[in-house]
Ligand binder design. Structure first.
Ligand SMILES: Nc1nc2c(ncn2[C@@H]2O[C@H](COP(=O)(O)OP(=O)(O)OP(=O)(O)O)[C@@H](O)[C@H]2O)c(=O)[nH]1
Ligand SMILES: [Mg+2]
Length: 247
């Protein structure tokens, strides 16, 4: 049973951080879904890499609600660097918890309260595609094999026990997030997500998983490249050989 005091502290000021590049077709539906949640104090930060499709302008159309913030990075700084900027922003705004998720509606906002509730018992909660069998809608078989293989590889090499080490849908207690020293990580894409989880594991943060249903994007284009996948493969080896110092 959750202790009321603990969950109240964490739920006081949660921020959702969403990196975007050309997500104009998706971002409105995502923001609407988040604003409709029974979490009235949930704050939303979109970190947009100055998308040419004017994703930023779409976010700005929500300026009447002070719950939606836009951080325009001014150029394509990348997924990992956008998260670094976004986390800094949320921490500066005294976030009690930080949730991060993709903009392409693969991550259903309806799961956000479950992730936040999980923080009563854990420092990090992963929205996991692989804790309840396999909960993925509309993925080609090859994509599933690559994801399962990447997860098995990351677990074996790093010693992480989570089933879904590359999920981009997670909730963090602010102190656990800060303790990862995420600013120092110089990796992009899935590698950034694995590095953060590994740092949390090394710091002794408790990591839990709650099942989510992941749905393949319907609109817009994927930005994750083979280069990013290869970099992530190398990063996992580097983490094993040269782990970050414990804090
Ligand atoms: N700010 C910023 N966001 C990015 C960048 N690349 C990807 N994103 C965002 O990161 C999230 C995940 O990217 P996706 O392209 O959906 O990657 P993915 O989910 O691994 O791949 P798919 O399943 O094929 O869509 C989305 O919200 C993207 O808009 C980038 O260079 N900068
Ligand atoms: Mg996606």
């Amino acid at each position: 049973m959750y202790t009321v005091k603990m969950s109240q502290t964490v739920t006081q000021r949660p921020w959702v951080v969403i990196p975007t590049y050309n997500e104009r077709q998706n971002i409105g539906q995502l923001i609407d879904g988040l604003l409709a949640l029974p979490v009235p104090n949930l704050m939303i930060l979109v970190v947009d890499d100055h998308s040419p499709d004017s994703t930023g302008e779409k976010v700005q159309s929500y300026k009447d609600t002070d719950r939606v913030h836009l951080l325009d990075t001014g150029a394509r700084i990348g997924f990992g660097a956008s998260y670094q900027r976004g986390f800094d922003y949320a921490v500066e705004h005294k976030a009690s918890a930080i949730i991060h998720m993709d903009a392409d509606l693969s991550h259903d906002p309806v799961a956000v309260p479950d992730l936040i509730a999980g923080l009563a018992d854990a420092d990090v909660v992963i929205g996991s595609r692989y804790t309840n069998g396999i909960s993925i809608v509309n993925w080609p078989m090859i994509r599933l094999f690559i994801s399962l293989g990447a997860n098995a590889y990351a677990r074996i090499v790093t010693g992480l026990t989570a089933r879904d080490t590359t999920s981009g849908f997670r909730a963090w207690r602010s102190d656990a997030l800060t303790k990862t020293n995420y600013q120092a990580m110089k990796v992009d894409g899935y590698g950034f997500l694995i590095a953060m989880l590994f740092a949390a594991h090394r710091n002794g943060s408790s990591i839990a998983e709650v099942p989510i249903v992941f749905t393949e994007r319907q609109a817009g284009k994927s930005k994750m490249s083979k280069r990013i996948m290869f970099e992530s493969f190398l990063l996992v080896l580097k983490l094993r050989l040269n782990p970050p110092a414990r804090s």
